[in-house]
Design a protein around this ligand. Structure first.
Ligand SMILES: [Zn+2]
Ligand SMILES: [Zn+2]
Ligand SMILES: [Zn+2]
Ligand SMILES: [Zn+2]
Ligand SMILES: [Zn+2]
Ligand SMILES: [Zn+2]
Length: 505
C-alpha cells in the first residue's frame, strides 16, 4: 500500500515548478471563483405525467374539448399551447381536421362494444367481440385490434391511427382503456400504460429543457431550470465558458445534460464522445492489430494477415502488395522472395509510416489501459456499494452503532466512485493533448489522486465490521485527502483547457 502523505497543494506543486514554464500562482487550485451553477429539477415519470395532463387540461378548459383530444392536438403542435389556442381562435372546431380527431359528435355512433357475432375483416373469423374506436365506426375483432395496437405502440408511436387504412382518427387513451379491459393482457403491459410512456417520450423529446436519464432502464427525467446568474443565457454559452452541466436523476444517476453520457467531468463533451467512439472501435482489437496487421500502402486501411501468404490484397481499394516489403505486388513478378532488391529508401519510408501508426496506437493503448482499469474498478466499487447497506446494517446491529455514525462508510464509498470517474476521464483527455509541461503537471496530479484512490480502495477490502469501525478515522482522512486531490486535478484540467495550456489535437 502506498504512502500516507497528505495533500498540500503548494508543496506538491512547488516540487516541479522549476521545470515549468507556467505560472502556477495563476492556477487558483482551491479557489471556487465564479462557479456558475446549472439549475435543474429531477422528476420521476409519474411527476412528469402529472404536468403533461395539467397542460392538456389547461388547453381543454379553453377550447372545450376532452383531455384525450387535447393530448392528440398538443402532439400535433409540438406541445405549444399558444399555437393550439391561436389556431383554435381562427379555425374553431375545424382545428380537428387532419389532426386525427372526429369533427362532430354525429360521427360518433352508438354501437355497443360487444356487438353480435360478426366476421372480422382481418382474420376472417366469426367472433363475438368486435372493437372500434370511440370516434369512428371501423370494427375489427378485439384480438386483431389489440395485436395491431401493441405493434404500433411498441414502435414508440404516440399518435396511432384507426386500423382502417382510409381512416385518420387517432387512438385515444380512453380507447386503450376500453380495449385493455376487454382483453386483459396476461403477459403484456396494458396498452394504456405503454401509450402513456410513449406520449411522455414525445413530450420530453419535443422539449429541449427535458432529458431522460441515460442509465439503462432508468425512467428518471431531468428538467433544466436556468443558471445561477443572468450572465449566461444558453446551454451553449455555458459549455463555451468551460462548464459542464452535470445533473442527477431522481434515482441518483449522474450524467451530462449536454451530451446525455455519464458524468465525464472534467473533460469536455466532444472529447468524451470521441474517446468513447474510439475505444468502442479500437480497444478490443488494438492489441491484436498491433501484431497482426499493417496498413494498406495506398489507402491506409488496416489489413490483417491471413495465413502464410505474403501476397496481400486490400479489401478496401483492391491494391495488391507484398506483406514483407509493402511494395506493389505486380512489380514483384514471381520473384517475391527477393524483396530487398527494391528501392531501399522507398521501403524505409513505407516502414516509417507503419511505425508512426504503431507509435500512436501504443500511445492510445497506454492511456486506454489506465482508463479501462479504472472503469473496471468502478464497476467493482459499484457492486460493493450495492452491498454496502447490508454491511452497514451489520455494523449497526453487531456493534450498536447509530445510522449516522456509519455515514462515514457510505460517504467514503461515494467519494471513491466519483474520484475514480474523474481520474478515468483525465486519462482519456491526455490522449488528445499535445505533450508539454502542463501535461506533466496534470500527470503529477493524476498520480497523487491515483495513490489516494488506491489507499482508500485498499481500506475497503476490510470486511469485518469491527475493523471497519476501528478504522473510521482512517476512512475519513483518506477520503478527505482524496477529495482534495480530485478537486486539484479537476481545477488544473479546467484551467488548462480554459487557458489552452492543454492543447487538444
Ligand atoms: Zn380479427
Ligand atoms: Zn376508423
Ligand atoms: Zn437514472
Ligand atoms: Zn457531456
Ligand atoms: Zn487499400
Ligand atoms: Zn516484398
Amino acid at each position: 500500500m502506498a504512502t500516507s502523505d497528505y495533500y498540500d497543494s503548494e508543496e506538491e506543486l512547488d516540487l516541479s515548478e522549476d521545470d515549468l514554464e507556467f505560472d502556477l500562482q495563476d492556477l487558483h487550485i482551491t479557489s471556487q471563483d465564479s462557479e456558475i451553477e446549472f439549475l435543474f429539477k429531477s422528476l420521476t415519470s409519474d411527476v412528469l405525467w402529472i404536468s403533461i395532463v395539467e397542460k392538456a387540461d389547461h388547453v381543454a378548459a379553453f377550447i372545450g374539448m376532452t383531455r384525450d383530444e387535447c393530448l392528440v392536438l398538443l402532439q400535433h403542435y409540438d406541445w405549444r399551447e399558444d399555437k393550439v389556442l391561436d389556431d383554435f381562435l381562427s379555425l374553431g372546431d375545424e382545428i380537428k381536421v387532419s389532426k386525427g380527431l372526429a369533427l362532430s359528435s354525429k360521427l360518433r355512433h352508438s354501437l355497443p362494444l360487444h356487438s353480435l357475432s360478426r366476421i372480422c375483416a382481418i382474420c376472417c373469423e366469426q367472433v363475438d367481440q368486435m372493437f372500434h374506436l370511440e370516434q369512428c365506426s371501423h370494427e375489427y375483432c378485439v384480438k386483431c385490434y389489440t395485436r395491431y395496437l401493441s405493434d404500433k405502440l411498441r414502435q414508440q408511436d404516440s399518435l396511432v391511427l384507426c386500423m382502417e387504412p382510409s381512416c385518420s382518427i387517432s387512438v385515444s387513451l380512453q380507447d386503450l382503456k376500453a380495449l385493455d379491459s376487454n382483453f386483459p393482457g396476461k403477459d403484456h403491459k396494458p396498452l394504456y400504460d405503454i401509450m402513456i410512456s410513449n406520449i411522455a417520450k414525445n413530450y420530453v423529446e419535443s422539449n429541449p429543457k427535458l432529458k431522460w436519464c441515460p442509465a439503462p432502464d432508468c425512467t428518471g427525467i431531468v428538467q433544466f431550470d436556468g443558471f445561477s446568474t443572468y450572465e449566461i443565457g444558453t446551454l451553449k454559452e455555458y459549455l463555451d465558458s468551460h462548464n459542464l452541466p452535470i445533473v442527477t436523476c431522481p434515482y441518483s444517476h449522474s450524467f451530462c445534460f449536454a451530451c446525455s453520457y455519464e458524468d465525464h467531468d472534467p473533460i469536455p463533451c466532444n472529447i468524451a464522445k470521441n474517446w468513447i467512439r474510439k475505444s468502442k472501435d479500437d480497444s478490443e482489437t488494438a492489441n491484436w492489430i498491433d501484431i497482426n496487421t499493417k496498413q494498406c500502402p495506398k489507402c491506409d486501411a488496416v489489413i490483417e494477415k491471413n495465413g502464410g501468404c505474403n501476397h496481400m490484397t486490400c479489401k478496401k481499394c483492391a491494391y495488391q502488395f507484398c506483406w514483407i516489403c509493402l511494395q506493389d505486388w505486380p512489380l514483384h513478378g514471381t520473384a517475391y522472395y527477393n524483396c530487398s532488391r527494391y528501392d531501399a529508401s522507398a521501403i524505409k519510408e513505407m516502414h516509417q509510416k507503419q511505425q508512426t501508426t504503431k507509435q500512436s496506437l501504443k500511445r492510445y493503448l497506454h492511456y486506454y489501459k489506465f482508463y479501462i482499469s479504472h472503469e473496471l474498478s468502478a464497476h467493482q466499487d459499484n457492486d460493493l456499494f450495492r452491498s454496502i447497506e447490508s454491511r452497514v446494517q451489520e455494523m449497526q446491529q453487531d456493534l450498536g452503532i447509530s445510522w449516522i455514525d456509519c455515514q462515514f462508510y457510505r460517504t467514503a464509498m461515494k467519494l471513491l466512485i466519483k474520484s475514480r470517474k474523474v481520474l478515468k476521464w483525465s486519462y482519456a483527455l491526455l490522449y488528445y493533448c499535445e505533450v508539454n509541461n502542463y501535461v506533466y503537471i496534470v500527470e503529477t496530479n493524476q498520480s497523487f489522486l491515483s495513490n489516494s484512490i488506491e489507499d482508500l480502495s485498499h481500506l475497503f477490502q476490510l470486511t469485518d465490521p469491527k475493523c471497519i469501525v476501528r478504522e473510521r478515522l482512517q476512512f475519513i482522512n483518506l477520503s478527505n485527502s482524496m477529495k482534495k486531490r480530485e478537486a486539484a486535478l479537476v481545477e488544473i484540467i479546467h484551467e488548462g483547457l480554459k487557458n489552452q495550456h492543454l492543447k487538444v489535437t
